[in-house]
Design a protein around this ligand. Sequence first.
Ligand code: ZN
Length: 510
Amino acid sequence: MPHAPPATLESAIAHARKIALIDSTLSVLNWDERTGMPTDGIEHRAEQMQFLTGMVHQMRTQPWYGEALQEAEASDLAKDPSSEVGCNVRKLLRDYRRDVRLPQALVEALSYATTIGQQQWQQARAANDYKPFQPSLDRIWQLKREAADTIADGRSRYDALMDEYEEGATTATLAPLFQSLGDSLQQLIGELLESQSPPSGGVLERFYDVADQSSFCRAMCQTLGFDFQRGRLDVTSHPFCTSLGPNDIRILTRYDDHHFSMGFFGALHEAGHGLYEQGLPTAAFGLPAGTAVSLGVHESQSRLWENIIGRSQGFWNYAFPLAQKQFPAALSDVSQDTFYRAINRVERSLIRVEADEVTYNLHILIRFELEQALIDQQLSTSDLPGAWNDAYQRYLGVRPSNDREGVLQDIHWSAGLIGYFPTYTLGNLIAAQLWEAAQIAVDDLHEDVARGRFEGLLRWLRTHIHQYGRRYQPHELVERATGRPLDSTPLLHGLQRKYRRVYGLDPPGS
Ligand SMILES: [Zn+2]
């Protein structure tokens, strides 16, 4: 760059906005890759992504940019870290200080390896064979170790990586929280599975026309508040949500004509992410004040709409008659109670994304444990399938019989997303605590949900979470919204209360 702009705050912010333009262009390329790109397009796409990622890295690490941010941080402008400008300056500087440590070649190598890695993962999963994928996965773990060592600054590798997704989270605080949650859940699962009247999931495996599922999902996402003028719902093989611009939020699910829950709860989950993205301040798009605070908080939004609302008795008071109208052949002879119990069946199962609310967190504890062993090389990628299967046996009492049911089920590691899984359980914990607070704060919340009115809840989330972007640390934001630090009681008590009733261990209404 021959002429560096003057190192002022304005030019730094303008520069950060340009970075956001390229970043969101990368999101378009990624969205396309995961929705309709022909398989053979991958090599060129990987080059495009590597080139743009490298360009972004160069822009993020310009010395004048760092100086401008440093100067602004020392001035009165950024005194209040929770003001818009204070948040932008401090978080951009935080990101800058991390980025300047990462060598350009490493950033580009990671981009290339993970773009190719995701496609190889897909092929390995289709072929149900981990072996040919292992060298490429091993390379990704090696690159992530290098990256972690570069940015660790006295922290463990795992904490350094996790901090990318959840600022301030450490293994030291999460491990005991997760451990005690896991123990209590094991006990609850044991009680439920001994019940004499477990629900049956049979009605969900009847024929549900895919086009009907798609219109039903669309209607429900719209009712929750997802704005289709500013977003779209599409089909993919691994559901996700991505922001292509401040007014262009894409959510994606997948359908199977004999699997109602997969498409529907996938759509609700991604709509929850989409509602958060649509609730961020649009004028600050791409700047910290207009960006989601963390993946844990992001996940709390998806879990709240998917599980706490979408799997509740109240929601189906409203939605079940509509579902019967949309799927008369599948549901006309089914009672609302049978349907409600079916969508809340608990099972020791192998696949994380299909797991119920109660066993779900055990799937995360397994990955949390394996990731820590892998990043510190106590476990090698060649021993991974066996270690995976052993962990499933220990935590869930089930053993995968092949790689697809086991180690090949998740896309994350092939995409370089390491230290990401714990944010799913954090999301569940935060969702339950937010819901507890919302029930006190929002008048007539339960009646509204049963009538299909969600404005009150959405407004509360907009006010207490969405509007703040990255102005507070994730744990501060949760504490401000709920009046107390994060703990596992709301989630655990909520699950115990709900599922003991579903399984007939407690009388309804107790
Ligand atoms: Zn999610």
